[in-house]
Design a protein around this ligand. Structure first.
Ligand code: 13P
Ligand code: SF4
Length: 325
């Protein structure tokens, strides 16, 4: 028995072939010019998305690019909080996230009400939030940080004031270690980085003796790894590129999300980059594809905006961050 009325069968069979990659690339190129659009991509994006982007970088670099762009449309190949930051910095522009489901497990660990309750329990405290937070949360914060400037920003805070750091507990531990500053720490983590185990690092070290470690501060394994290598530096994703360019090492174990390996291979040819674990993959980042970038540019779909009262309050900690680091 068919549940589709016969008169609709013909309509269902009018299938259009999927566009080829070349057609998608041509379409994106044309639409990008017509719309005066810029495509900003995070280092964890799919290789083919990184290749068509006008700028590829870490959260800090992307925020800086979003702050200075003259484009009318910003297509964010990243996750929702990154597109929100671009919308906060550019109230007059159209900001598109090609798949609105591209969220962040870390950002999901903290709500604006959570910050308000925390502040009420710690009067006079300065709230420092990682850029991986929603606009509502940033609106409650005093400072915003990324993994690339968190240490520098916490160092710049006035002495003797309690610091409330959220939401990533591993980044917070790194900042507390580097600055010596006692902090109240929110119990949040990213599911991808938290799942990277010290055993994964040890297995790659055994397979690649002499390889240098590039470890992101969001990693759950960083505390154990630092016990074995106390002078180990931790790097934001962009910091990893600079380190790999400057280091004498020929092989690197990349202890972060898988997409970073592609960025490193492009920027530092001739050196070898080994992912710490093939399972360290952010499914939110991978939701952005050439197809949905094309469709979003064509239809101006996936718009991300922030209510004006929230935007104005969330802008303050972001601007402070951009000014300091
Ligand atoms: P970076 O700021 O180092 O690019 O990190 C962003 C992120 O989401 C890490 O998971
Ligand atoms: Fe969020 Fe983790 Fe994905 Fe980064 S890797 S966007 S922190 S879920």
């Amino acid at each position: 028995m068919s549940i589709i009325p016969p008169q609709q069968h013909e309509h269902l069979l009018q299938l259009r072939p999927l566009p080829t990659e070349a057609e998608l690339l041509d379409g994106i190129e044309r639409l990008r010019r017509e719309r005066n659009a810029v495509i900003l991509a995070h280092n964890y994006q799919r290789p083919e998305v990184q290749q068509i982007a006008d700028f590829v970088g870490d959260s800090l670099g992307l925020a800086r690019q979003a702050a200075r762009t003259s484009a009318d449309v910003i297509v964010f190949a990243g996750v929702h909080f990154m597109a929100e930051s671009a919308a906060i910095l550019n109230p007059g522009k159209t900001v598109l996230l090609p798949d609105l489901r591209a969220g962040c497990s870390l950002a999901d660990t903290l709500t604006a009400q959570g910050v308000r309750d925390w502040k009420a329990a710690n009067p006079g405290g300065l709230v420092v939030v990682y850029v991986n937070t929603t606009a509502d949360v940033k609106a409650e914060a005093d400072y915003c940080v990324t993994s690339g400037n968190a240490v520098q920003i916490v160092r710049s805070l006035p002495e003797g004031v309690p610091v409330l750091f959220a939401p990533d507990k591993y980044l917070a531990a790194h900042v507390a270690r580097e600055t010596g500053r006692p902090m109240d720490i929110w119990d949040g983590a990213c599911h991808v980085h938290a799942a990277i185990r010290p055993e994964d690092v040890a297995a790659q070290q055994a397979a690649h003796p002499g390889a240098e470690l590039l470890v992101h501060p969001e990693c759950g394994c960083s505390t154990r790894v630092l016990r074995d290598v106390p002078d180990l530096q931790l790097y934001s994703t962009e910091g990893m590129v600079t380190r790999a360019q400057q280091s004498d090492a020929e092989t690197f174990i990349v202890v972060t999300e898988l997409g970073m390996v592609h960025r490193l291979e492009r920027e530092v040819p001739g050196k070898a980059f080994v992912p710490v674990a093939r399972t360290a993959c952010c499914e939110y980042m991978k939701m952005i594809t050439l197809e949905n970038i094309h469709d979003s540019l064509r239809d101006l779909s996936g718009r991300v905006s922030v209510p004006e009262d929230v935007r104005v309050r969330a802008l303050r900690p972001i601007e402070r961050m951009i000014a300091i680091g």
